[in-house]
Design a protein around this ligand. Structure first.
Ligand code: NAP
Length: 293
């Protein structure tokens, strides 16, 4: 019988790729989202979709029904990640889920003060098999989300990180690692810090994008205050924007620079480089061509 797995955040970067990988591997997937129509458009009829909102317990039963494993991720930049996810986690374990693969973030293991680290500790205490995946920033930020959108519109992007290096990782590699952890018990109890193969500055990232589209893409380093003002002026709630700024401070502190061998350890191959990612995603930035002659 095929393994039933609940994939949370299934409309997101890692969740959508993971759902497809697990379906291909023959699993019985429930792709969880707050917006089933959005997920049905994304997956067509390839994947079964279920409504799930971490903040509405009335959606938990249908989502966890019959699931043996769960891929779990907090909403992006959630300042209350522990409070958001513990109710669903406890519900799932009570309902018989025996394997939790959770995606948090690189470096949280040394930050016991963070809600996301306290969430990891809760997972460790549940008494079920678990694996913790701690990725660096996903390369997909530069093609989607607010950064990708900014590059497409203006041919430039700003961040408060100076020339700090970041070992960004391809979200597709993160999804492949998550699939491996859900499909085998070989990785139970382990923690993986998932990075790309090299640590790049944002200037190097801009130059790589520029190279694949053959048009200028500019990177500008700004202050925390400037970045905060830009985020809040475009509708970001101050407490969420504050989480983003704290992340950038950790980048400046060098926390996101180390390169690990964890992707290769699980997948038996090197992680994708940003140049591979950029070559695969050229279409994301084509609107820049001709903007800044
Ligand atoms: N992005 C990165 O570079 C990165 C790096 C390391 C770690 N992480 C971690 O990965 C997690 C996801 O971040 P991301 O940027 O990858 O996000 P993403 O691709 O935008 O996906 C976020 C997903 O979360 C779901 N979601 C949001 N609020 C929800 C709620 N209340 N109930 C149920 N589902 C909800 C969304 O589903 P619907 O909108 O369809 O409901 C969406 O599919 C975060 O915990 C983040 O800290 C991200």
């Amino acid at each position: 019988m095929s393994k039933r797995i609940l994939v949370t955040g299934a409309t997101g970067t890692v969740g959508s790729e993971l759902a497809r990988l697990l379906v291909t591997a023959g699993c019985d997937i429930r792709a969880a989202t707050r917006s089933p129509e959005k997920a049905e458009r994304l997956f067509r009829s390839e994947v079964d979709v279920v409504e799930l909102d971490y903040r509405r317990a009335s959606t938990f039963d249908a989502a966890v029904d019959g699931a043996e494993g769960i891929f779990l991720q907090a909403p992006p930049f959630d300042p209350d990640a522990r409070e958001t996810l513990v109710p669903l986690l406890d519900w799932a374990v009570q309902a018989g889920v025996g394997n939790v693969v959770m995606m948090t973030a690189m470096g949280v293991e040394v930050r016991d003060d963070l809600p996301i680290r306290r969430l990891e500790k809760h997972v460790e205490s549940l008494g079920v098999a678990f694996t913790l995946l701690r990725p660096n920033f996903h390369m997909q930020h530069f093609a989607g989300g607010f950064l990708g959108e900014r590059i497409r519109r203006t041919g430039a992007f700003s961040m408060p990180v100076g020339d700090a290096r970041v070992s960004i990782v391809d979200g597709c590699d993160v999804a492949e690692v998550a699939a491996a952890c859900l499909l085998s018990d070989e990785h139970d109890g382990k923690e993986f810090t998932l990075t790309g193969p090299e640590a790049l500055t944002h200037q190097e990232i801009a130059e790589t994008i520029s190279g694949v589209i053959d048009a200028p893409v500019a990177y500008e380093s700004v202050s925390d205050e400037e970045m905060l003002a830009r985020l809040t002026s475009t509708g970001w709630r101050p407490e969420i924007a504050g989480v983003v700024i704290a992340l950038y401070q950790s980048v400046r502190g060098g926390v996101r620079a180390p390169v690990t061998g964890d992707v290769a350890q699980v997948l038996g191959r090197a992680p994708a480089a940003f140049s591979d990612f950029a070559a695969r995603n050229t279409d994301s930035w084509l609107s820049v061509v001709g903007q800044n002659p």
